[in-house]
Design a protein around this ligand. Structure first.
Ligand SMILES: C[S@@+](CC[C@H](N)C(=O)[O-])C[C@H]1O[C@@H](n2cnc3c(N)ncnc32)[C@H](O)[C@@H]1O
Length: 219
């Protein structure tokens, strides 16, 4: 297993943040978060052209827009909040960690080659509580991957550095052959946010009948 940690330069100031917001509006993206996924894609080539992609915590939908641009496969978004319709994208309203919602997903999603998750819990302002809830959500994404992600699949998860981060990272390392940590330039300066990118999914060993990849992809 290989672990690559990217060095990161200055992240965005409030001034650049506003510019990104304006740029997103001009270019038709629903949020400036689009530029984080674009940057991750340019650097790590995570989305491949026939991938079935599922976005956990997808509203308002800018990552769905970016995923739609990079793959011809099915793109599905799940969120607690309503996602306004997007051409060529399936949307599901609900909590992705709930068994009932997962049953619904299993019925309409043929396979999952890539999971992306920019999900965040509602912020309370208590730093350690917020971090614990964020890592809890990250763990839910890993459990989701154990059930849905194909053998050799990929993942992008937003996480937050802090006390519990290493524990989460161990969970990722245990499942993926290649792990990158990356902080996009579009991230707010001072934020603890960090993106974890996993490739070569091998499973946790906890689920015996995980889906197997059904078609070949570009290397
Ligand atoms: C930062 S926003 C995502 C922005 C999105 N990547 C975009 O580009 O438009 C985080 C989202 O995570 C969602 N979320 C948090 N927990 C969730 C859960 N358990 N199930 C589904 N959605 C969740 C929130 O409702 C919120 O809309």
């Amino acid at each position: 297993m290989a672990l690559f940690v990217e060095r990161w330069g200055d992240t965005v100031s409030r001034w650049s943040e506003d510019r990104l917001h304006i740029r997103a509006k001009r270019e038709g993206y629903r949020s400036r978060a689009a530029y984080k996924l674009i940057e991750i894609q340019q650097r790590f080539h995570v989305i491949r052209k026939n991938d079935c992609v599922i976005d956990l915590g997808a509203a308002p939908g800018s990552w769905l827009q970016v995923a739609r641009e990079f793959t011809n496969g099915q793109v599905t978004g799940v969120d607690l909040n309503e996602i306004q319709p997007l051409e060529g994208v399936l949307t599901i309203r609900g909590d992705f960690s709930e068994p009932k919602v997962q049953e619904g997903i299993a019925e309409i999603v043929p396979r999952v080659d890539l999971i992306v998750s920019d999900a965040s819990p509602r912020i309370t302002g208590h730093r350690s509580l917020d971090q614990a809830r964020a890592i809890g959500l990250n763990m839910d994404v890993l459990v989701f991957a154990d059930r849905f992600l194909v053998d050799d699949g990929r993942i992008i998860i937003k996480s937050f550095q802090g006390d519990l981060f290493q524990e989460f990272l161990s969970g990722v390392r245990g499942r993926f052959g290649i792990v990158h940590l990356y902080r996009p330039h579009a991230t707010r300066r001072g934020s603890a946010e960090i993106y974890v990118i996993g490739k070569r999914f091998r499973g946790s060993g906890a689920v015996a009948d995980r889906p197997v990849r059904q078609e070949d992809h570009e290397p």
